[in-house]
Design a protein around this ligand. Structure first.
Ligand SMILES: Cc1cc2nc3c(=O)[nH]c(=O)nc-3n(C[C@H](O)[C@H](O)[C@H](O)COP(=O)(O)O)c2cc1C
Length: 190
């Protein structure tokens, strides 16, 4: 089994980090050597050649995934395409269970793949979180408006002094298990 997997993520307020950590933990439970790394200005240069599989995650802010993640994928696309790889997107649109929202979520992922030319084996959207404890004043003002919309869509009240987590953690585990399965060589019938 190809066993060394890099789980690399970009996260502005820390929620994608939690999802990446959970994916890493499930992979380790499956016997995979998973290394979880945040992609930021302090990230030392990573050598993709050291890994047999890749999971890249990013969150959506103002209609786009973090540029840092897009740039890393584009730079390493050839290596990514040679190995099992997966992309996960974290957004609040994914918390909205309507066809229209699902189209937007799908388009957000397609934009990443179009921009980078990457063809990961697996893609997945996860609903993110409202993290009022992390926001500065300006972000809080913007996010109060988004919270109103989400309250309406989800029928779930939002406390603007607390964090609200919309992530389906069972879906995160299922995704991690699918990643682990994608690393196993397919058996050729004899
Ligand atoms: C300033 C700001 C802008 C955002 N813009 C969008 C957006 O355009 N579409 C969306 O679906 N979610 C949007 N979100 C929600 C984030 O994707 C969500 O909060 C996610 O959990 C953030 O993950 P992170 O903490 O890893 O960055 C926005 C959040 C913030 C704070």
């Amino acid at each position: 089994m190809s066993n060394r997997v890099l789980v690399l993520y970009a996260s502005t307020h820390g929620h994608t980090a939690k999802i990446a950590d959970r994916i890493g933990a499930v992979l380790r439970e499956q016997g995979v050597h998973a290394r979880v790394r945040r992609l930021d200005e302090h990230t030392p240069r990573l050598e993709p050649e050291e890994f047999d599989g890749f999971v890249v995650g990013a969150s959506v802010h103002a209609g786009h995934h973090q540029h840092r993640a897009i740039a890393w994928i584009a730079e390493h696309r050839t290596t990514l395409d040679r190995h099992p790889s997966a992309f996960f997107s974290v957004s609040l649109t994914a918390a909205d269970d309507t066809d229209e929202a699902r189209d937007v979520t799908r388009q957000l992922i397609d934009d990443v793949l179009d921009e980078t030319g990457w063809t990961p084996r697996l893609t997945q959207a996860f609903a993110g979180a409202l993290q009022f404890k992390e926001y500065n004043f300006a972000t809080r003002v913007v996010m109060r408006l988004m919270a109103k919309r989400i309250e309406h869509q989800t029928d779930r009240p939002v406390d603007v002094h607390e964090d609200t987590d919309y992530t389906d953690w069972d879906a995160v585990e299922r995704f991690a298990l699918a990643v682990a399965a994608s690393l196993r060589p397919t058996e050729v019938p004899s």
